[in-house]
Write a protein that binds this ligand. Structure first.
Ligand code: MN
Length: 266
């Protein structure tokens, strides 16, 4: 399947869950050497590309600004973006489905209401349609290739080896939520460790389930260090395997019980 494959080319800079952390995103992109062209679109002078690992919005404070930047960069072929559980939730909301906008998605709705107050209904409807089309077009994962050989996989929550390069609702469910075993008594998903079942040569780069550090385990690396929970925004320069991080300016999510908030702010 060709549609899943991206050539590493001059290099790919992958970024974990942004969740509306616009300032940290810009700070990190500048550290990596991105700047704006005459059209106001961020690009890398050495033709590197940015790859968003899904969940660019919700929980944080500037989802619309992040989405504008992501959509502009993807439209101008300077970035790639993949699906995530919040992407999917927001996409369904924008399709008019009856979804509960909770767990940080309510902040996205508040931003839309604010946008309407400032810009009017016509512009809001146009933006909503654009975001809906964009989110629905995000693939479940990308396979990075170098000299025609598959080298790595970029995915939001995780992937089973046998699903790499495949697409179905079942695959999408796994790539959005990872391997889950139902809900706990608080309604939070019980997450199972899928990484132990990863046995091929591909490095799997993922986010979704924030960890204090980006550590390579079983040839997988989690680059979501919970920026929105007051942790850090992580960028991975591939194939250099260089980590660039930006400290969160604040704890946007305000979940004092979250393990990342406790780790970085406790
Ligand atoms: Mn997620």
């Amino acid at each position: 399947m060709k549609k899943f494959r991206i050539d590493v080319g001059a290099g790919i800079d992958l970024v974990g869950d942004v969740h509306g952390c616009y300032e940290e995103l810009i700070e990190g992109m500048k550290k990596l050497g991105y700047h704006k062209n005459k059209k106001g679109i961020y690009f890398h002078p050495k033709n590197r590309k940015l790859l968003f690992l899904g969940d660019m919005m919700s929980r944080g404070s500037y989802s619309l600004k992040v989405m504008r930047l992501v959509m502009d960069m993807v439209n101008e072929t300077q970035a790639y973006a993949i699906d995530g559980n919040h992407n999917w939730k927001v996409a369904r909301y924008l399709m008019g489905r009856n979804v509960k906008m909770v767990h940080g998605d309510e902040k996205f709705v508040t931003e839309l209401e604010q946008f309407e107050k400032e810009e009017g209904k016509e512009k809001l409807d146009k933006l909503k349609e654009e975001m809906k089309q964009f989110l629905l077009a995000c693939p479940s994962h990308y396979i990075l290739t170098k000299e025609g050989k598959d080298v790595a996989v970029a995915v939001h929550a995780g992937i089973r080896d046998q699903d790499i390069g495949k697409d179905s609702e079942q695959v999408r469910s796994f790539t959005r939520y990872g391997d889950t075993a139902g809900m706990d008594e608080k309604g939070k998903p019980i997450r199972k460790d899928w990484t132990v079942n990863h046995h091929n040569d591909l490095l799997i780069i993922y986010g979704h389930d924030p960890r204090p550090e980006p550590i390579i385990i079983c040839h997988t690396i989690n680059i979501d260090q919970g920026c929105v929970f007051g942790g850090r925004l992580t960028f991975l320069r591939y194939p250099e395997m260089e980590i660039i991080q930006v400290d969160a300016k604040e704890d946007y999510a305000g979940d004092k019980e979250h393990h990342i908030t406790k780790h970085f702010r406790g």
